[in-house]
Write a protein that binds this ligand. Structure first.
Ligand code: AMP
Ligand code: ZN
Length: 663
C-alpha cells in the first residue's frame, strides 16, 4: 500500500467510525482503537504533508484561531417560522392552506430543536462551509469551528448526492454534555453557563476552534436547499439526508391529517424531557414540495411551515426568604427559598436569583408569589412575580452589603456580575470551602476525611488552612463530636498518604481561581515545580499553551500574596510533592488520557500495581461502574453483579493482557 492509499484507508475508516459513534450512537470499535487509528493517521499526514486535506478526520480537533468571522451571503435565504400556540391556531392555518391548494394536504412533523441555526454547504460530497443564520440574508462564516463538530459529516456517503447544496440544521448542546461542562467550570471556580442554547450559540463564535472541539456540540439536520433535488417531499428528503450521514433525529413523522399532527404535538409535550437535548416545540411542514412552492413565503417566513411552541413548565409558589451563600472563592450567590412545589417531575425548594442586578430587574421580594421555570438550568429560576398578590406592606429587597458569614463589606469588581467577600483569610465558608476542595477526590483525595469533618475541624479551631491538616494528631481529633479512635487513625493515615499525591493534583488542590484540573496539569508539566511557577510573570504564564490573561492574572496574584507563599512553604516542609519527580517523567504517558477504568477481580500483578499503571499512563481509576466508565479490567473471579452492570451499560470488559497491550 502506498502512503496515499494508506492515508485514504484510514480516513475512510475513521469517518465511518465517527459516523457510527456520533450519528448512529452505535460504535463498533472501542475508543482506544479509534484513538490508535487517529494517531496513526496523524503520523502519516505529518510525514506526507502533500496529502493534506481540510476534511481529514484529524482536522476535527481544531487549532485555527479566527479573529474575525467573515460575513457571507446565504445562497438561499434563511427564514424564520411563524408561531402557533393552540389547536385553534393550527386549524386556521390548515384552512388557509386548503384555500390556496384546493384540498387537504399531508404534513411532516418534526421537533423544534432549541439551539443555534446553521447552514452547511456541500460540494461534490464534501463539506465546504458553515454559516450562522445572522439576519437570514447574511450570516457569519464559522466553518473552522463547525468542522470540529463530530456529527457534521465532512465527507458524504450513499447515493443520489447532488453536486452542490446547502443543508440546514440546529447546533445544540445535549443536556448531559452541558452538565459535565458546567461541573468542570464550577470546579475551576468559573461561573457556570446559564443554559444549553446560549452556550451552543456562544461556542460557535469562539475564536479558538480547539476550544470548540472540546465542547459537546451536535448538529441536528432538518432541511435541504438546492437545485434538482432527488426527492419530492419533505419527509422523503429527511430520510435521504439521513442516508448521506447526517444526524436527522428519528422523531420525525408523516401525518396525513391534522388530527395526527395534534397527536404528535401532544406526545412530545409529554415526552420531551426524555430527549437528550432540549426542544421548545415542534415544527409542522406541508409535506409536498410542489405544494410548498405554491404556498410560497411571506416577507419573513414560509407559509408552508408552522412552529408550535410548548409552554415552558412553570409553577407558582411563595418566596419565603432570600438567603446568600458564600462560595470557596468568596463569590456571593443569592438564593430564593421557596414553599416546596412540584415542577417538571421534581419538587422544587430553591431557585437561583443569579445576582443583585437580577433581583433588581425582577423587583422580587420576600413574601411574593413567584413563577418558577425549569429550563436547561441546573437549578430552576424565577421568571416573574404575581404582583396582584403582593401585600401593600411589602418592601423592595435591599441586597446585602456585608458578608452574611463574617460581616466584611462586600466588593463588586467592575464588569463582574457577582459580589465577593474579600475576607479571604478569615471568612469561615471560604476557609472551609478551600480545605474541602483541597481534600476532594480530584485533588488530594484524602481517604477517611469528609466535608463534614473538615467543617468540624475548622469550627473547633483545630485547623485554619490546608497545611494545618499536616500537623493534626490522632489525640487532637478524638475529642471531636462522634469521632471514634479508629476513624481518627484513618484520617491521620489518609493525610499521611496524601504526601505522595503528584504535583499537578496538589497544584489543583491549592484552589487558585480559574485553575481547574486541566490547567493545573498544563502548568505542572510546563514549569515542573512550584518554585518556578511561583516566579513566573504574567507574560510568561500567558506564553503557555491555552493560558489566557484571566488565568495568568489569577495565578500571579495567588503567588504574590504573602500568606499563600507561607502556606506553600509549609506544604513543602511537610513533604508534599511540589515538583514533578524524575521517575514520574520517565515512564509517564498520556496513552490513557480521558479514560476511566474500574478494576475487578484477581490479577497476575497486584491490584495496586495495576492501578498505578493506569494512572501513570494518564487514566483514571474509580471504584464503581457507571456510564462514565470506559473499561473494566477483569481479573479472575470478577464479581457477577459488576459484570452484569458493565454489560448492561455496554462498557468494554478487557483482560489484564488486553490492558497491557493498550499501554
Ligand atoms: P424562531 O427562531 O422561533 O423564529 O424559529 C425558527 C428557527 O427554528 C429556525 O431558524 C431554526 O433554526 C429552528 N428550528 C429548530 N428545529 C427546526 C425544524 N425541525 N425545522 C425548521 N426549523 C427548526
Ligand atoms: Zn465573608
Amino acid at each position: 500500500m502506498t502512503p496515499e492509499q494508506h492515508i485514504k484507508k484510514l480516513r475512510d475508516a475513521l469517518n465511518e467510525h465517527n459516523y457510527r459513534y456520533y450519528v448512529l450512537d452505535e460504535p463498533s470499535i472501542s475508543d482506544y482503537e479509534f484513538d490508535q487509528k487517529l494517531k496513526e493517521l496523524q503520523k502519516l499526514e505529518e510525514a506526507h504533508p502533500e496529502f493534506f486535506d481540510e476534511n481529514s478526520p484529524t482536522q476535527r480537533v481544531g487549532g485555527t484561531i479566527t479573529k474575525h468571522f467573515e460575513t457571507v451571503k446565504h445562497r438561499y435565504r434563511m427564514y424564520s417560522l411563524d408561531n402557533s400556540y393552540s389547536k385553534e391556531d393550527l386549524i386556521d392555518w390548515e384552512k388557509r392552506i386548503e384555500k390556496i391548494i384546493g384540498k387537504k394536504v399531508a404534513f411532516s412533523c418534526e421537533l423544534k430543536y432549541d439551539g443555534a441555526s446553521i447552514s452547511l454547504t456541500y460540494e461534490n460530497g464534501k463539506f465546504v462551509r458553515a454559516v450562522t443564520r445572522g439576519d437570514g440574508i447574511h450570516g457569519d462564516d464559522v466553518t473552522t469551528n463547525v468542522r470540529t463538530i463530530r456529527s457534521v459529516p465532512l465527507v458524504l456517503k450513499g447515493t443520489d448526492i447532488p453536486d452542490s447544496f446547502e443543508i440546514r440544521g440546529e447546533i445544540v448542546m445535549p443536556l448531559d454534555g452541558f452538565t459535565t461542562l458546567n461541573a468542570a467550570r464550577v470546579e475551576a471556580g468559573e461561573e457556570p453557563f446559564k443554559n444549553p442554547r446560549n452556550t451552543a450559540s456562544g461556542t460557535l463564535k469562539l475564536q479558538d476552534s480547539s476550544e470548540v472541539a472540546k465542547r459537546p456540540l451536535e448538529a441536528l439536520i432538518y432541511n435541504i436547499q438546492g437545485e434538482e433535488m432527488p426527492f419530492k417531499t419533505q419527509y422523503e428528503s429527511l430520510k435521504k439526508i439521513r442516508s448521506w450521514g447526517f444526524k436527522v433525529p428519528n422523531a420525525a413523522k408523516l401525518a396525513t391529517n391534522l388530527d395526527e399532527v395534534l397527536q404528535f404535538i401532544e406526545y412530545w409535550d409529554k415526552h420531551r424531557h426524555e430527549l437528550p437535548y432540549e426542544i421548545d416545540g415542534v415544527v409542522i411542514k406541508v409535506n409536498d414540495f410542489e405544494h410548498q412552492k405554491e404556498l410560497g413565503f411571506t416577507s419573513k417566513s414560509p407559509r408552508w411551515a408552522m412552529a408550535y411552541k410548548y409552554k415552558a413548565e412553570q409553577a407558582k409558589t411563595r418566596l419565603n426568604k432570600i438567603t446568600y451563600q458564600v462560595g470557596r472563592t468568596g463569590a456571593i450567590t443569592p438564593v430564593a427559598n421557596l414553599e416546596p412545589v412540584a415542577l417538571g417531575g421534581t419538587i422544587v425548594k430553591r431557585a437561583s436569583l443569579h445576582n443583585a442586578d437580577q433581583i433588581e430587574k425582577l423587583d422580587v421580594r420576600e413574601g411574593d408569589m413567584v413563577f418558577v421555570e425549569k429550563g436547561g438550568e441546573i437549578i430552576p429560576k424565577i421568571v416573574g412575580i404575581d404582583f396582584t398578590k403582593r401585600k401593600p406592606s411589602s418592601k423592595p429587597t435591599t441586597y446585602i452589603s456585608k458578608c452574611p458569614e463574617c460581616k466584611t463589606e462586600l466588593v463588586r469588581l467592575e464588569g463582574e456580575a457577582l459580589h465577593y467577600c474579600p475576607n479571604v483569610k478569615d471568612c469561615a465558608p471560604q476557609i472551609i470551602g478551600r480545605i474541602q476542595h483541597f481534600i476532594s477526590r480530584q485533588a488530594m483525595d484524602i481517604q477517611g476525611l469528609g466535608e463534614e469533618t473538615v467543617s468540624l475541624l475548622v469550627t473547633n479551631g483545630l485547623i485554619r488552612n490546608y497545611t494545618d491538616l499536616y500537623t493534626l494528631t490522632k489525640e487532637g481529633i478524638i475529642p471531636l463530636e462522634r469521632m471514634a479512635e479508629k476513624s481518627a487513625q484513618n484520617i491521620i493515615n489518609g493525610i499521611e498518604a496524601s504526601k505522595k499525591v503528584p504535583f499537578e493534583r496538589v497544584l489543583f488542590g491549592l484552589g487558585i481561581r480559574f485553575v481547574g484540573r486541566t490547567v493545573a496539569q498544563k502548568l505542572a508539566t510546563h514549569y515542573r515545580s512550584i518554585d518556578k511557577l511561583s516566579k513566573a510573570t504574567k507574560e510568561d504564564l500567558m506564553s503557555v499553551d491555552e493560558i489566557g490573561v484571566r488565568i495568568a492574572e489569577s495565578v500571579s496574584n495567588f503567588f504574590a500574596t504573602e500568606e499563600n507563599m507561607e502556606i506553600v512553604e509549609r506544604l513543602k516542609q511537610h513533604g508534599l510533592q511540589l515538583e514533578i519527580s524524575e521517575a514520574d517523567v520517565k515512564d509517564k504517558t498520556d496513552k490513557l488520557e480521558g479514560k476511566t477504568f474500574v478494576v475487578s477481580g484477581v490479577f497476575e500483578m497486584s491490584r495496586d500495581e495495576l492501578k498505578a499503571l493506569i494512572e501513570k499512563n494518564g487514566g483514571k481509576v474509580t471504584s464503581s461502574i457507571s456510564s462514565k466508565t470506559n473499561y473494566v479490567v477483569a481479573g479472575e473471579n470478577m464479581g457477577p453483579s459488576k459484570k452484569a452492570k458493565a454489560e448492561s451499560l455496554g462498557i468494554s470488559i478487557i483482560s489484564e493482557e488486553d490492558f497491557l497491550k493498550m499501554i
